[in-house]
Write a protein that binds this ligand. Structure first.
Ligand code: BES
Ligand code: ZN
Length: 424
């Protein structure tokens, strides 16, 4: 659909039900997350205390957001009292300055316990794409026949390695997408992954630089031996957040635990001498907490290049064992076919139990891949409303999760099985 933009800010109505419409009727398990209880107690910085180390940009830097209209109505904020630049039945698009974006994120956190709970974009064109229906991913066969390769690899997955990565990442004061420590944490990941790639000419590591913020995404690529143009992606977000500014945000569960799973899968696959037929990419996304900005840019770039992405698995929050079953597949903004395949992988290779749950909104980086027409999934640590109550606070530490990574270990095994059974 072609969208005509009226630069005088008249509202554009689009007849399409909108990108999020498939998920729109999917009510979350509950309106209020348990985060609400504990986040209230989180120490918030006094007004003058923030943000010491932040590399903030000026008042004149523009950002475009797409936000659910019921959220706009419920927020009743002056920040969105102007007319949207465009909207459909479900979603409105606004232009904000970076300080306004930060302010709106805090209001969203206060009101809905989502932070920010809207999508942020570097360009108006990108924001307008959220008003359109995402293309359906191409159909593909889901077959499980790699037992001989997968089974020995699963024995190589180690809790200690996962713990070590979580501890390293959680030791940064925060991994905010604009803070000095946020920048260093992504540089550490790039250096660490470069060491893992040593001695393998088919493996390379690149930092993906983003135009509008300083934290870089990190991509480790293993070139496919026979079908290098096909790509399978395993990713999670590097950044962490607690309020706005330079607050302590260890983000051990959200999302050092996801990066640790991505890294453990990469470590095991490389250590076993595995050579995938298709290209596999391990990605640490920058700026998820700022509105899926890192993954949004990368997934859009893959689409633009015409990359043949066979599937994407997002790891975001893997180590808080909050519900009866081991793993929950988030059913909105994800591929139902791929989710079913992942359930079969669990049944085939592990004795773990699984079920499904809903976020009720595009809650993490898988939504960026879905929006760009790729099959994406989010295996999650608990039912949506039984997840860690400590995320987005200074209490999101490994100690708070008992100092163990036994829950995250299950996700690393699933990730290994998924990569081998997909990139074949
Ligand atoms: N890890 C969370 C998403 C999440 C939280 C999923 C709780 C399921 C249960 C993620 O890092 C996050 O905070 N996302 C934002 C929204 C996003 C568009 C920035 C959120 O949930 O507010
Ligand atoms: Zn997260």
């Amino acid at each position: 659909m072609r969208v005509y933009l009226n630069l005088l800010s008249a509202v554009i109505f689009l007849s399409s039900p909108g990108a999020a419409s498939a998920a729109a009727d999917a009510a979350p398990d509950t309106d209020v997350r348990p985060v609400i209880r504990k986040a209230k107690e989180a120490p918030m910085p006094a007004a003058g205390e923030v943000p010491m180390l932040m590399t903030r940009t000026g008042e004149d830097e523009k950002v475009w957001i797409s936000i659910e209209r019921p959220d706009v109505a419920a927020l009743e904020t002056d920040l969105l009292s102007r007319s949207p630049l465009a909207q459909n039945e479900r979603i409105s698009v606004y232009e904000l300055t970076v300080p306004e974006l930060d302010e709106l994120s805090v209001r969203m956190q206060d009101r809905f316990r989502r932070s920010p709970g809207f999508f942020a974009h570097d360009s108006l064109a990108s924001a307008l794409e959220d008003l359109e229906e995402p293309p359906a991913p191409p159909a593909r066969a889901f077959v499980i026949d790699q037992q001989e390769k997968v089974k020995p690899m699963l024995d190589m997955v180690k809790e200690e390695s996962i713990i070590s990565t979580i501890e390293t990442l959680a030791a940064y004061k925060n991994r905010n997408y604009r803070s000095a420590t946020g920048i260093s944490s992504s540089k550490w990941l790039a250096e660490h992954w470069t060491e893992m790639a040593a001695g393998r000419p088919d493996v390379s590591v690149t930092s993906f630089k983003h135009a509008s913020f300083p934290q870089e995404s990190v991509i480790l690529t293993v070139r496919g031996a026979s079908e290098p143009d096909k790509v399978v992606v395993l990713g999670g977000h590097i950044d962490s957040v607690a309020g706005s500014g330079d607050n302590p945000a260890p983000g051990a569960d959200d999302n050092a635990s996801g990066i640790a799973v991505v890294e453990e899968a990469a470590r095991v696959l490389l250590a076993s001498g595995y050579r995938p037929a298709q290209t596999i990419k391990f990605i640490g996304f920058a700026a998820e907490e700022a509105g899926l900005r890192g993954s949004g840019e990368i997934a859009a770039a893959f689409k633009k290049e015409g990359a043949a992405v066979q599937g994407m698995l997002n790891l975001d929050m893997t180590n808080y064992n909050g519900s009866a079953k081991d793993i929950y597949f988030i059913s909105d903004y994800t591929s139902a076919d791929q989710n079913a395949f992942l359930g079969k992988l669990i049944d085939t290779y592990t004795g773990y139990t699984w079920s499904t749950s809903k976020c009720g909104y595009g809650c993490s980086d898988h939504a960026s891949w879905t929006k760009n027409g790729f099959a994406a999934s989010l295996p999650f640590e608990a039912k949506f409303n039984e997840c860690s109550p400590d995320i987005h606070t200074a209490r999101d530490t490994l100690a708070q999760m008992g100092g163990r990574a036994a829950h995250a270990l299950k996700f690393a095994k699933l990730a290994v099985a998924y990569m081998v059974e997909t990139a074949k």
